[in-house]
Design a protein around this ligand. Structure first.
Ligand SMILES: Nc1ncnc2c1ncn2[C@@H]1O[C@H](COP(=O)(O)OP(=O)(O)OP(=O)(O)O)[C@@H](O)[C@H]1O
Ligand SMILES: [Mg+2]
Length: 219
């Protein structure tokens, strides 16, 4: 499903070049659940962002279902919208919009009818135990609830892949377990899941681990 061939990503900052990813070769198959592990600054988020079509590699080739992922921003936006659900480190919810709006946002971008969006959001919110929060705003929710909203937003558009960047970082043990159970359930339902994490508890539920050190895959 995902194949990265010799992927490099350099960032340029004040005339110095930072090699965030250095010759990455990995393959991730459909329905896998993968942990990307490595110390802070090793390149985990950069890798997720390339897989998610948010960042473009400096060199190398990215194949998705045997097709090269390359194109202008319109093409990449469609690639993301058709395939990817993101769960970001700090939830990235819109604070002045209610939970219903936040979860439904990816469908709004797809020009889906308002009543259909509401229907879908209600069913997902129900399955994640946040149905009674839809009219509230993010600041009224606990960390664990915000994380569930972020998960709901990631799955609302029925993505093939969920990319989660440190999804348990800001959570206590109880909420952590809950989020992990939800991710496991989504994987059982057929979604490929890739998680960047420091958390051994997260890695434990993944069948496959990819270790990154200094921008390189290590074992
Ligand atoms: N936009 C950018 N401009 C310059 N350097 C960047 C940029 N984004 C990332 N980097 C650098 O690339 C390297 C990899 O960063 P990345 O965010 O992928 O690490 P990470 O493994 O996700 O770390 P953490 O565990 O702390 O989240 C770091 O040295 C970082 O400073
Ligand atoms: Mg990171």
């Amino acid at each position: 499903m995902i194949k990265l061939n010799n992927i490099c990503k350099n960032f340029r900052y004040k005339n110095t070049e930072i090699k965030a990813l250095n010759n990455i070769n990995i393959q991730i198959d459909k329905n896998e659940m993968v942990a990307i592990m490595g110390p802070s600054g090793s390149g985990k988020s950069t890798l997720l962002n390339i897989i998610g079509g948010i960042l473009k590699q400096t060199s190398g080739e990215y194949l998705f279902n045997n097709k090269v992922v390359i194109g202008n921003e319109t093409y990449m936006a469609k690639f993301r919208s058709d395939n990817i659900g993101f769960i970001l480190q700090h939830f990235a919810l819109i604070n002045n919009r209610n939970i219903l709006y936040n979860i439904g946002l990816p469908l709004k971008y797809k020009n889906i009818e308002k009543s259909k969006i509401k229907e879908k959001v209600i069913s997902i919110a129900d399955s994640l135990g946040i149905l009674n929060k839809l009219e509230m705003y993010p600041h009224m929710l606990s960390g664990g609830e915000c994380q569930r909203v972020a998960i709901a937003r990631a799955v609302v558009s029925s993505p093939n892949i969920i990319l989660a960047d440190e999804p348990t970082n800001s959570l206590g043990d109880y909420n952590k377990c809950e989020v992990l159970d939800i991710l496991k359930r989504l994987n059982k339902e057929g979604i490929t899941i890739i998680i960047a994490t420091h958390d051994e508890n997260v890695a434990r539920i993944c069948y496959k681990k990819i270790n990154i050190n200094d921008g390189k895959v290590s074992n």
